[in-house]
Design a protein around this ligand. Structure first.
Ligand code: SUG
Length: 447
């Protein structure tokens, strides 16, 4: 029997060490803003405001907490020894880049936290989670153990939720989670088609690949996740990302394509073989006709798509039918994109309205609205089994705002990352946060 289900979005709450360290080659914004002074307080408040706006409109909205940063166990693993202050000072002297990597607040982009398959798709009718190993970048590769603990704490009931370990941490199995995975369906509660997009294949060296920037996701990793989740060939489509797009700064597929329901919104340069991708989806989508919303290079150039993050929008079901699109404000600052959005709504297609949000602090590191959220399709029973403390309400919003204002700095520069006070402040804040959310002891410093 089909169960009604909804999409819940779990946004990453920005951490107290949010900074610009230029750690992600291939992500243009990260490179451009290297060493810029950040505002962690503003960043967290921007993210909280997005969550509240969506919760106010009736969408099911949760949050995933920040990770402990700087991460002393990672510095320890690299041979730095002594007290916490000595470790921070030694890392700063020997390699500011390594210190910055262990201090990044990158866990905020929860589209990279995991790949999630809803219970309607899986053989055991449980929601399956595989945390992403994020092997492509050191600062991100240290996220998965704590992400796994958080997901297990939030989705604890094994009769509803299945948790797989992250794939082996090796570039041939590089996995970036839901940022390279999207799902199409007639209704959330019905079996859907899961689209896995990869940048390269580790064991097929003849595939065309990007020349300038690295591909982060491999076909082998995508196939392994689909296997772990029990998806059959009828349910999974594997598509190669266009290397031209990767070289233009599309480091994840969610910077160039997004789906919701039966709509696939994408740029003509998104996929290497567009025709095959559409045919594969069409042949698998049961009970619904694929609606391909294709944006041509003439309407919006690849460069404007990357600069605006048009495709990193959230497509959300509209209560009156059709969909609402949540775009970053940069989309209204670039003429071609703004004109395209006006036309999209005027066209009487599936997109009924466009809402704009200010995520300046996250955008400067290459993270738009869709990067900040992990989508989890949940039935009513699964929703009831989810940790209630992380769900956004007016009360939680008020509480979190006070918490951020009390604990976060309004300014952070790369030199501050070695400040032992910053580590103390962050641990203190996260300890309090795990109590507020009812999360248990998920952090290393609590164990
Ligand atoms: O992995 N930026 C992140 C942005 C992730 C966006 N996520 C999705 N597209 N789903 C990344 O490149 C920059 C950190 C720095 O440079 O300080 C960074 O990690």
């Amino acid at each position: 029997m089909t169960k009604r289900a909804v999409e819940a979005n779990f946004d990453g709450l920005v951490g107290p060490t949010h900074n610009y360290a230029g750690l992600s080659r291939g992500n243009l914004a990260s490179g451009h803003n290297l060493h810029r002074v950040s505002n962690p307080r503003e960043a967290a408040l921007e993210g909280l405001w997005k969550m509240k706006c969506l919760a106010d409109r009736g969408y099911v909205q949760g949050l995933l907490p920040p990770h402990e940063r700087p991460h002393i166990p990672s510095l320890h693993a690299l041979g730095f020894r002594g007290s916490d202050s000595e470790i921070l000072a030694a890392a700063r002297r020997s390699s500011p880049a390594i210190l910055a990597a262990t201090a990044s607040a990158s866990a905020m982009w929860t589209a990279n936290a995991a790949t999630v398959s809803p219970s309607a798709d899986t053989p055991d009718r449980r929601v399956h989670f595989t945390p992403a190993n994020l092997t492509a970048k050191f600062h991100r590769s240290i996220e998965s153990p704590v992400t796994a603990r958080m997901l297990k704490s939030i989705f604890a009931d094994e009769s509803f939720f299945a948790h797989h370990p992250a794939l082996p941490s090796i570039s041939q199995l590089g996995d970036e989670g839901a940022a390279n995975h999207t799902r199409l369906c007639a209704e959330y509660g019905l079996p859907g088609v899961e689209l896995f997009v990869y940048g390269t294949a580790a064991f097929a060296p003849d595939l065309p690949g990007p020349k300038r920037f690295p591909a982060r996701q491999t076909l082998e990793a995508s196939q392994a996740v689909a296997r772990l989740h029990g998806l059959s060939d009828r349910q999974a489509v594997f598509a190669q990302q266009n290397p031209v797009a990767i070289d233009a700064g599309v480091f994840h597929n969610d910077v160039i394509a997004v789906a919701n329901g039966r709509v696939l919104f994408y740029h003509e340069q998104a996929f290497l073989d567009e025709g095959r991708v559409l045919a594969d989806i069409r042949s698998r989508l049961r009970g619904a006709e694929l609606e391909a919303l294709r944006v041509s290079e003439r309407e919006v150039s690849l460069a404007d798509a990357v600069a605006s993050y048009l495709f990193n929008s959230q497509l959300l079901d509209h209560p009156d039918g059709g969909m609402m699109m949540l775009v970053p404000q940069e989309c209204r600052e670039i003429d071609s994109v703004s004109a395209y959005l006006d036309k999209l709504v005027a066209d009487a297609g599936p997109i009924k309205g466009v809402e704009v949000c200010d995520l300046t602090q996250s955008m400067r590191n290459g993270g738009g609205p869709a990067c900040l959220r992990l989508r989890v399709i949940l039935t009513a029973e699964e929703q009831a089994a989810t940790l209630p403390g992380v769900m956004m309400t007016d009360e939680l919003y008020e509480r979190m705002t006070i918490w951020v204002e009390g604990h976060y700095r309004p300014e952070l520069s790369p030199a501050d990352l070695a400040d032992p006070m910053l580590l103390d402040e962050s641990r203190h804040a996260l300890d309090e946060l795990s109590g507020i959310l009812g999360l248990g002891s998920v952090y290393d410093f609590q164990r």
